[in-house]
Write a protein that binds this ligand. Structure first.
Ligand code: ADP
Ligand code: 5GP
Length: 213
């Protein structure tokens, strides 16, 4: 038994707004946070490691997993399938560990509406401007001009779902955004729903109260 239930921390944003960077920083700050390694049918990028950044699957295997109920959520993004495998998440939160998701708005919506919905903390990152979003995508240097153009085209679709999230941060200064993220997480961990032992504690306080002369 743990004194804390794990949170499902969802980070979404248009591509290039800073999700991966902030996810890395948050996990460096608190190494107990586990990253939900998504499954995807897209090809690995240079430097991406199977099982660490993603589980790279072919479409048939991905669809079988979905059919077997093995995905907490799944979506079609930029022409590929993406999904969050359920088993690892359930195990982590049962042990009181938080799980961080870098997923799009469709996945966020599905998790919020799932049985684990009450344990989610969803955060949306906005760029300071579209010009800056474009600059960050170019500067990241990971994608071809064609892929960057595709991501920019999709960015409005993602941004238009900003109002479905618990918190929205404009990621202008990286250190300031990280500090806000830490504060949000610290507060969310204290929600009543995340502290299953509170009922017992209050009962003990009541018993003590009643025994007082
Ligand atoms: P995402 O995961 O949302 O696609 P990344 O975390 O890969 O975005 O960030 C895209 C690029 O922008 C990276 O090169 C990253 O270093 C840079 N970046 C992220 N946040 C900021 C920020 N607040 N100011 C300047 N550059 C940033
Ligand atoms: P990328 O190909 O750049 O790694 O990711 C593309 C988009 O897919 C990002 O917006 C990312 O958040 C989203 N994504 C990654 N994994 C998942 C997932 O498991 N589920 C959903 N719904 N979206 C995901």
């Amino acid at each position: 038994m743990t004194d804390r239930r794990g949170l499902l921390i969802i980070l979404s944003s248009p591509s290039g707004a800073g999700k991966s960077t902030l996810a890395r920083r948050l996990m460096a700050w608190d190494p107990t946070i586990r990253f939900s390694v998504s499954a995807t049918t897209r090809a690995p990028r240079p430097g991406e490691v199977d099982g660490e950044h993603y589980h790279f699957l072919d479409e048939a295997r991905f669809k079988t997993l979905v059919k077997e109920g093995g995905m907490l959520e799944h979506a079609h993004v930029f022409g590929n399938f993406y999904g969050s495998p359920k088993a690892a998440v359930q195990e982590a939160i049962d042990q009181g560990q938080d799980v961080l998701f870098d997923i799009d708005w469709q996945g966020a919506q599905q998790i919020r509406n799932s049985a684990l919905g009450q344990h989610t903390l969803s955060i949306f990152l906005l760029p300071p401007s579209i010009r800056e979003l474009h600059r960050r995508l170019r500067e990241r240097g990971q994608d071809s001009d064609e892929v960057i153009a595709k991501r920019m085209q999709k960015s409005w679709d993602e941004i238009s779902h900003w109002d479905g999230y618990d918190f929205v941060l404009v990621n202008e200064d990286l250190d300031a955004t990280e500090a806000k993220l830490r504060a949000i997480l610290t507060a969310a961990r204290l929600r009543r729903s995340q502290q299953p032992d509170l009922t017992d504690h209050v009962r003990a306080l009541q018993a003590e109260f009643e025994e007082m002369p």
